[in-house]
Design a protein around this ligand. Structure first.
Ligand code: 1SD
Ligand code: ZN
Length: 257
């Protein structure tokens, strides 16, 4: 295959097992994603999370089909996340999605999960940040099936045609609609937080996960648009989630405002 790692095609008739990504992945005890359950979670009380510039409309946002997902980057302003239990400032590096959610809540898998990937500003780049346990914060937003199209996801889909084909892989296209990152994180009220990893190789255990308990509406037609993107000539990326990992007695904290 064109990529050195990938996902099993769950839409195919073959019973493909989830790959272990062999030597490409950290095999530690703090891997992601995991199932999050409201009942088993510890209760945490922290100050509010602070979002700076998330409401700014981005004019130069680019979208790329990297063969594993659709990724957005090129923010006009520095978007800074701080507060809560975070001890540093984190800036948004990129946003991407997984169709079929990676995290499950109370054993339910949702059709879509958006990841807003942040880097700790004390590290100069993502490679460095991935080497430290406080290096990265990912906000995970889950979407549930609805009859009402999601406007923000709709804005992304409008520009999807330019990047769907294998031939356009890794070639960025401008997101035509004006989109603010806020539109993808409608309101941060309650969330789960735990220490985990990247869900793709290198699977570095550098991530503080913040997964919102609120889910947001999206239509199945909208989710199906993402399943059209190619990772090889004629091969569509029908799903791109990693299978659940062991919790290994980690503290999963539920923060309710
Ligand atoms: O899947 C992404 C991957 O594409 C890359 O963005 C990485 C950060 O460098 O993060 C993972 S994830 O853990 O956010 N799914
Ligand atoms: Zn992700």
């Amino acid at each position: 295959r064109a990529n050195e790692w990938g996902y099993p095609d769950l839409d195919s008739n073959q019973d493909e097992p989830f790959p272990k990504w062999g030597g490409l992945c950290d095999n530690g005890r703090k891997q992601s994603p995991i199932n999050l359950h409201v009942k088993g979670a510890l209760k945490g009380e922290f100050g509010p999370l602070k979002f700076e510039n998330y409401d700014e409309h981005q004019k130069n946002l680019r979208m790329v089909n990297n063969g594993h997902s659709i990724q957005l980057s090129g923010f006009d302003h520095e978007l800074t996340l701080s507060g809560g239990a975070l001890l540093h400032d984190y800036v948004v590096e990129q946003i991407h999605m997984h169709w079929w959610s990676e995290h499950t809540i109370n054993d339910i898998r949702y059709p879509l999960e958006v990841h807003i990937v942040h880097r700790n500003t004390i590290y100069p780049n993502m490679t460095m940040a991935a080497g430290f346990k406080d290096g990265i914060v990912v906000i995970g937003v889950l979407y549930h099936v609805s009859n009402t199209p999601n406007e923000a996801i709709g804005s992304i889909i409008k520009s999807l045609d330019a990047v769907k084909s294998y031939g356009s892989m890794n070639k960025p296209a401008l997101v035509a609609d004006s989109l603010a990152v806020d539109d993808l994180v409608p309101s941060v009220a309650n969330y789960f937080t735990y220490a985990g990893s990247l869900t793709t190789p290198t699977c570095a255990e550098a991530v503080t996960w913040i997964v919102l308990t609120n889910t947001f509406p999206v239509t199945l037609d909208q989710v199906n648009e993402f399943k059209e993107i190619e990772y090889e000539e004629g091969k569509r990326l029908h799903n791109n989630y990693r299978e659940l990992q062991s919790e290994n007695n980690r503290a999963v904290v539920l923060v309710e405002q």
